[in-house]
Ligand binder design. Structure first.
Ligand SMILES: [Zn+2]
Length: 209
């Protein structure tokens, strides 16, 4: 198997984040500005209602349950299943599909799946932001990630795994890391100060009792 190019996946994700207008979390991939591509992001349920195509046909009787991409006339249609249990999993599916498109994947293989997953993690919970939060003293746990970044428990655990594996791997630091950190800095700062404030309140409450 060819090695996945995580650096490129991260670079593409950050290129997209830099072009947005607001810089806070959670990120809704349905609202991303993706000006170099023609995208239609729509739920299978809504598409079924508009076109009268039965839902079972759109999911091939359940074999495409989470979502998939379909190309037509230079437009990429990203379909996602609105019935998926958590919002976090939906957002991950959409980001994963966007990843396949911007990374110009043409085949389905393990390498491409890993790259699309890494792209999704870098769009929804950018590694450099997590690193900065840790530097500031935040305890980045999977609960923390799923509540602040609205990603599923499973995705949170994956993010933490990759974070600990590549946190000191300079090869994966892109030229955009510093820009991303400065764009999201007001969020990082505000969020972290609030957490400290609540910790402090909680401690006082404990001492009081
Ligand atoms: Zn995929």
């Amino acid at each position: 198997m060819d090695k996945p190019n995580f650096y490129r996946a991260k670079l593409k994700a950050y290129e997209i984040l830099i072009k947005q207008q607001s810089f806070s979390f959670p990120i809704d991939p349905r609202k991303l500005k993706l000006d170099s591509y023609n995208f239609v992001i729509i739920s299978l349920q809504e598409y079924s209602q508009i076109t009268n195509i039965p839902l079972e046909k759109l999911t091939s009787n359940g074999s495409f349950n989470d979502g998939y991409t379909y190309f037509n006339n230079n437009t990429a249609y990203i379909f996602y299943n609105n019935d998926i249990e958590t919002e976090g999993r939906k957002m991950w599916t959409i980001s994963h599909e966007i990843g396949h498109i911007v990374l110009e994947h043409t085949t389905q293989c393990e390498k491409n799946e890993q790259e699309a997953n890494f792209f999704a993690s870098q769009i929804l919970a950018p590694q450099c932001v997590l690193k900065q939060l840790i530097k500031n003293g935040a305890k980045v746990t999977s609960n923390y990630l799923s509540s602040k970044f609205k990603i599923s428990k499973e995705a949170s655990e994956n993010c933490i795994n990759t974070l600990s594996k590549v946190i000191d791997n300079e090869k994966i630091v892109t030229e955009y890391d510093d820009i991303i950190i400065s764009l999201f800095n007001p969020y990082i700062f505000r969020d972290y100060s609030l957490d400290l404030y609540f910790d402090e309140l909680e401690n006082r409450r404990k001492t009081f009792y």
